[in-house]
Design a protein around this ligand. Sequence first.
Ligand SMILES: Cc1ncc(COP(=O)(O)O)c(C=O)c1O
Length: 389
Amino acid sequence: MIPFHEPYINGSETNYLTDAVRRQSFSGAGHYTQACESFLTNFTKSSGEVLLTSSCTHALEMSALLLDLQPGDEIIMPSFTFVSSANAFVLRGAKIVFVDIRPDTMNIDEQLIEGAITARTKAILVMHYGGVACEMDTIMSIATKHQLKVIEDAAQCMDAWYKGKHLGTIGDFGTISFHASKNIHCGEGGALLVNNQAFYERAEILREKGTNRKAFLRGDIDKYSWVDIGSSYLMSDLSAAFLLSQLETVTLVTQKRKALWNYYYKKLGAHKSTEGFHLPAPSEKDLHHNAHIFYIHTNDLDQRIRLIKKLKEKNIQAYFHYIPLHSSAYGKKHSRFHGEDKFTTSKSNSLLRLPLFYSLSKIQIDTIVEAIYTSLASNTANTTFLKKV
Ligand SMILES: Cc1ncc(COP(=O)(O)O)c(C=O)c1O
């Protein structure tokens, strides 16, 4: 069986875990949390504040709380994204306004954002799919012009860049995931990058159950108390110990994943004569992605279903990705789609993710590529046969 994913392990995680136990550093904001936050600040070249959180979902929820949203306020985002991108804002009573995506990157189409802005719009949420950057220059200038805040859902973006800037450091907030499915992980975990100084102090308080405990731990005040709303958004220091070990190998992880990504691209691109799928179109900016996902586009949904089945028969796991949020039962109640759904549904129907993880070998990629060709060839033969009949 070639699995779709195997969580990355470098073997040294237990050293820091053992040390955390020796230090009795278990709960949040401890030694390893601070070490991870310093690492992330340096690595991402962040000029803001980096706060480890219990998940990327919680980092998104914190950004929604920081925006002080009122029921009926609107957030513009793509529908091709993970449910947490929307839910964090729906929890605050906000209305989600979806716009279409670009077919080349599956990211929000920046040209459609301005047309979706109303008097109730408070923010734009972008999601950098597979660590490939959205068009941030355009998006930031629209936000400045209309005085909107920008949240970058950078869940998949550890070590992914846009014009020298780490994804998640460009908008007012950036949220990263360290879930086991990500390039670098600690099982469940995340980070909130607060890039707008106006929110630093309140972000610390919200993460600490609405108290000023962080200021107390820094020695700024002599006792801490209840000062605001908040919740328990801290990462355990045990998770942070595991995470630090992983973060220290991030460059190596990206290099290896990119080598595998490029190998897929070369092998699949070499068979131009085979009809039935398209590769993502890499552009100059895509070169700074982190190889989080390798996907192809089949011709349509039916072909994708058949291909997944054929690959499964050959012991290869391949998956589709997000079901567009506006088409879900809950999404229909809490959102509206502005403009035409030209690409969101059709492109999410044809997208097929192939196995990509640190310990995947080139030999396994050869097997996967071969299986795709033989499956598509037999599909074509079947279709031709059916048409003749
Ligand atoms: C785009 C996106 N946003 C948010 C999340 C949520 O991350 P977490 O599992 O850390 O809460 C994910 C998780 O896969 C994601 O892909």
